[in-house]
Write a protein that binds this ligand. Structure first.
Ligand SMILES: *Cc1c(COP(=O)(O)O)cnc(C)c1O
Length: 496
């Protein structure tokens, strides 16, 4: 199976090429040319499989140029007990009313990004052996907080690979910043920028599509790639956990095979919810896909009206990993829902770049609304949701998960839809201790980050991840801050 570009129907590359390149040369994203379907027999087998086996089953349908052994090696090196704490890589925690929390943060950096970024370096290694003719791969990452750390941890000291991460200086939580500035490894670089996440992402995309940069890299024996969710190798592992969650629900007698579920996803760059869409395309029975935003609510406006408009104030919120106004992966959904109309997608993306806005045709809006519902909530509601969830269900969730839970609760009240529902939980609460503590009424201004962690632990009894506690004694290696316009320079300085 080959991959096409969302902006040029003539492009056709293998999975390995799509993964090593990250982005198509004309700026489009790689998309599978068919969406493989799971049969009744597949579902029956999946049900009794381990997470690694489920990953192999799903990934092998998309990575047809990988051998069975290659896929198996990648999955079993990534989803280990050492990295995820148990063989239950993505466990479900059931709340009241057929609502199930899919905990995606048991990996080394305590955010759902680990689900993809623990396996991406392995997929990249196999892919580059097939395509990159011995070139060193330089991974560029723009992060709103969690991708950066997860990518650094995944790629640290990976052979023939370097990684450079850009994050917004004032747009990440103290714990997220500390995780990145203390990163170990000989092949890693981290730089803050004076700007927000969209600036970082735009800067990285500009470097990617700059011919002169590509030539200079080639002369140095290097090539660029991406670990952001624009890379197909990031998205495909995310399909696995939705299918795995569905299988767990059937296995545990919570639903019967064939019953639809709703899926609620706290959304930023639209990667995670798009993976749920792909799971549905593969045959997972889905009622509604519910897209939850914070007050950077560009996506909920889009899903309600068909007009995407990023010309609005950018808000820094308690859920910083969702502080995004340009959701890159929406482009893939538009491609699929428009019947693979590359001309239309290219035109809308040009409009977005030039004017910050575009409107989809009414037929496309209809198919979007056929499946997706959207909602948003502000910080006050987010914190309130953390408190009531803790009080009523004795479950502590982070700010991003709380956004999803709040949007879902309102959806359920408004519609009366009682379909069993999976809420994607995207981070461990200790990554955002100040906000979570604030929600529970325990925040004190005089406490430093680790004192807050301690207080939160005493208040809730919720276990503190060792990887976060260990940051306390690490040295800060990366303190550089650059201007938006200096990102390219920073990359080449790092590569020297
Ligand atoms: C990245 C992230 C999100 C947003 O996910 P997208 O795939 O970008 O939509 C939500 N929550 C957390 C904690 C994240 O790190």
């Amino acid at each position: 199976m080959n991959y096409k570009s969302t902006r040029d129907s003539a492009v056709s590359v293998t999975a390995a090429e799509a993964i090593t390149r990250g982005l198509s040369a004309e700026g489009g994203l790689f998309v599978p040319e068919q969406l493989p379907k799971l049969t009744a027999t597949d579902w029956e087998q999946l049900r009794t499989q381990s997470y690694v086996e489920r990953a192999v089953t799903v990934l092998s349908r998309f990575l047809t140029d990988f051998t069975a052994k290659e896929v198996k090696d990648c999955a079993s090196s990534a989803y280990t007990v050492e990295h995820f704490g148990s063989t239950d890589t993505a466990p479900l925690y059931s709340l009241k009313n057929d609502t199930h929390i899919l905990e995606l943060w048991h990996g080394p950096t305590c955010a759902f990004k680990d689900m993809a970024l623990q396996i991406l370096p392995h997929l990249m290694r196999v892919s580059s052996q097939k395509t990159a003719d011995g070139k060193e791969i330089v991974i560029l990452v723009a992060t709103s907080g969690d991708t950066g750390k997860a990518a650094l941890e995944g790629f640290r000291d990976a052979p023939h690979t370097r990684i450079v991460v850009f994050y917004p200086e004032n747009g990440v939580s103290p714990m997220q910043k500390l995780q990145m500035t203390t990163q170990e490894g000989a092949n890693v670089g981290v730089c803050a920028i004076n700007g927000n996440f969209d600036d970082a992402q735009t800067g990285v995309k500009t470097i990617f599509t700059d011919r002169a940069v590509a030539e200079k890299m080639a002369q140095q024996g290097q090539m660029l790639s991406s670990a952001n969710s624009i890379n197909w190798g990031r998205l495909v592992p995310q399909i696995v956990y939705y299918i795995s969650a569905y299988c767990d629900l059937v296995r545990d007698g919570k639903i019967r095979q064939g019953d639809p579920i709703n899926v609620v996803v706290p959304t930023g760059n639209f990667g995670n919810i798009l993976a749920a869409y792909y799971a549905r395309c593969m045959g997972m029975p889905v009622g509604r896909l519910i897209c939850a935003s914070n007050c950077n609510n560009v996506l909920s406006d889009f899903i309600a009206t068909g007009t995407y408009d990023r010309n609005r104030a950018f808000h820094t919120t308690a859920s910083p990993s969702m502080d995004i106004l340009i959701s890159s992966n929406l482009e893939r959904l538009l491609y699929h829902l428009s019947g693979e109309d590359t001309a239309l997608v290219g035109k809308m993306m040009k409009e977005l770049q030039a004017n910050g806005t575009y409107t989809v045709p009414s037929s496309l809006l209809a198919s979007l609304q056929d499946l997706f519902t959207a909602g948003w909530c502000d910080d006050a509601s987010t914190l309130k949701e953390i408190r009531t969830t803790f009080e009523e269900e004795n479950y502590l969730c982070d700010t991003h998960t709380a956004v999803a839970k709040c949007v879902y609760r309102r959806y359920r009240e408004q519609t009366g839809d009682t379909t069993p529902t999976v809420i994607a939980s995207t981070a461990n609460p200790y990554k955002f201790s100040a906000s979570v503590l604030n929600a529970l009424g325990g925040e004190r201004a005089d406490q430093d980050e680790f004192e807050k962690v301690e207080t939160l632990h005493n208040l809730t009894g919720c276990p503190i991840p060792a990887s976060l506690l260990s940051l306390k004694n690490k040295t800060q290696r990366f303190t550089k801050v650059c201007e938006k316009a200096e990102m390219e320079k920073a990359v080449f300085e790092f590569l020297k």
